[in-house]
Design a protein around this ligand. Sequence first.
Ligand SMILES: Cc1cc2nc3c(=O)[nH]c(=O)nc-3n(C[C@H](O)[C@H](O)[C@H](O)COP(=O)(O)O)c2cc1C
Length: 192
Amino acid sequence: MRSASREVADSFITAWLAANSNGTVDTLDVWSTELPEFDGYALGAKYAALEGRERTSQEVEVWEAITALADRFRNAQLIVFSVPMWNFGIPYRLKHLIDVVSQKDLLFTFDERGLQGLLTGVKGVTISARGAELGAFAEHQGAYMSTWYEMVGITEHHDIVVEKTLYGSEVDSKSRAAGRDAALGLAQRLKV
Ligand SMILES: Cc1cc2nc3c(=O)[nH]c(=O)nc-3n(C[C@H](O)[C@H](O)[C@H](O)COP(=O)(O)O)c2cc1C
């Protein structure tokens, strides 16, 4: 498999299912799942609620698609993200998904007391891969995902990082093997 983050995420899920025989998995592939464009109608639908006005029929339609995607997060007890590093951050399709589902009264709420995540009790696992080492550069991959978890109320979240996937097959295989080991250990200890 080309994707290191996907390979380690698959190992995690296989090990987690072995340890949780009643568990079920809902896989959301950001490349093949239709994600609503966050343009006029979606923006209108988001701000209609914030402004306290009725949604138009087109806004209702796009909001139903957004709610259906957010429900897949709301129904989860454990969320596992497979996250390649793209230009020091996360790939645009994953960011698109996060922009679509992260809505007030779906994944969080807020008032004058501040932000309250609604996914309390859910746990998170981020499996990140990057071609090189981070070196002196700032981290916008796992750090971004951690901020998102906190925003939606997920206080227990774990990181597994596979680095140097582009340093040749020997280094890549070693990094992936270490990632798979870490995934196995985490899947066995994580209680949901
Ligand atoms: C568009 C693009 C941008 C990338 N940017 C970075 C980067 O900023 N830093 C890095 O170390 N690797 C970068 N890479 C390499 C990937 O992080 C690396 O191939 C990693 O293994 C991707 O995760 P995956 O194997 O799960 O797909 C980039 C790859 C692509 C396709």
